[in-house]
Design a binder for this molecule. Sequence first.
Ligand SMILES: C[S@@+](CC[C@H](N)C(=O)[O-])C[C@H]1O[C@@H](n2cnc3c(N)ncnc32)[C@H](O)[C@@H]1O
Length: 297
Amino acid sequence: MNLILLESPHWRDYELLDTGNGLKLERFGSYRFVRPEVQALWQPALPEADWRDADAVFRPTSEESGGHWDARKKLRERWEMRYPLPGAAPLKMWAMTTPGRHLGVFPECAAHWDWMAEKIVVSNRPARVLNLFGYTGLASLAAAAVGATVTHVDASKKSVGWARENQDISGLADKPIRWIVDDALKFVQREARRGAQYDGIYLDPPKFGRGPKGEIWEVYQSLPALLDACRAVLSPNPLFVALTMYAVKASGVHLYATLNEMMRPYKGSAEAGELVTREASAGRLVSQAVFGRWSAA
Ligand SMILES: C[S@@+](CC[C@H](N)C(=O)[O-])C[C@H]1O[C@@H](n2cnc3c(N)ncnc32)[C@H](O)[C@@H]1O
């Protein structure tokens, strides 16, 4: 197998401007932010003045994903961004600074949105897509934009509310998307008992999380059971399964093996690697997540 480095080259409203000294300088719309980037072990390529000019800086604390935003300029509470999904109208999303250091979109996931949309279009048949840990809904909107019927699951009512607003501003309000606030594992196990079937599954599980009733999600413990449940809800002719993982000690090699095993009964192939972003300043690649994905032959 070859490990792939997957970039998301279509963005206009997002840019990784520079990295270095354990930090990254990014542009979301017209604002520039500094966030921690542990992998940027090198020196920044841009002058210090460019970094000083950022609109806000995330100051982490020692606990995982803890910290606060230090705004140097007045930011709007939220602002709109667009993603030019190939072959469809642009997806629109609200961006804003959140306590967990994120801004409402994981730009490197766009490579998967394009891929999923392409698989759905090329299949030329009605596709049912399940998006687990769906956050602010961009993967769900990408699938719906090209005609899929989508079930979106996230434990956070707030994130699902945000995703629905993204649906509205993207002009996709009339598309069939079922918005579910639930624990991902419980939901898929229930769907399996009900005999539900999906042609495509997209999973972006966090390392650690909680369902709405306090259910514990711990990726190493919980993922095998979730993938079992996902296998049970696959239609007889599935189109794709894509799995992304952030901040975990797993490599693409493992995700490749896991998906090959899971999809053994079906005709298709798996690939795996890292989701990367290329910085504009010196062209260095920064790895954001590992992924594995399978698609039908
Ligand atoms: C890393 S984010 C997903 C990123 C997103 N898919 C994207 O591409 O932009 C993780 C999401 O998982 C949700 N989550 C955490 N634990 C969960 C659980 N047990 N069941 C369902 N969702 C959960 C969180 O609310 C959060 O929105």
